[in-house]
Design a protein around this ligand. Structure first.
Ligand SMILES: [Zn+2]
Length: 95
């Protein structure tokens, strides 16, 4: 395997933990998605690569929690079935 950035062969694979946030102000009302992919890191330039697993990819596509995905979902009013979407925390800020 060679790095797409610097073409070095000096790459290594690690276990990753990534929290993916939607961008912008509207992203504050969307789920934060945790993924645990294998990370391929170039030890020459730091360029890294990983694939978002299918289930977590669905959350990013739909902008809403998916069964079994690990997410932080800030909108308690927008989720009709609390407790059905894996581990999550709900923060309620009234007014
Ligand atoms: Zn590189």
């Amino acid at each position: 395997m060679t790095c797409k950035g610097c073409h070095s062969e000096k790459q290594s694979v690690y276990n990753g933990e990534v929290a993916i946030h939607f961008p912008g102000r509207e992203g504050l009302e969307k789920p934060i998605v945790w993924a645990f992919p294998k990370l391929v890191v170039c030890l020459q330039c730091g360029g890294s690569e990983f694939t978002v697993p299918e289930r977590e990819l669905q959350v990013l596509e739909q902008g809403a929690p998916v069964e079994g995905a690990v997410v932080f979902w800030p909108r308690s009013d927008a989720n009709p079935e609390p407790g059905k979407n894996g581990r999550k925390s709900v923060s309620e800020e009234t007014n």
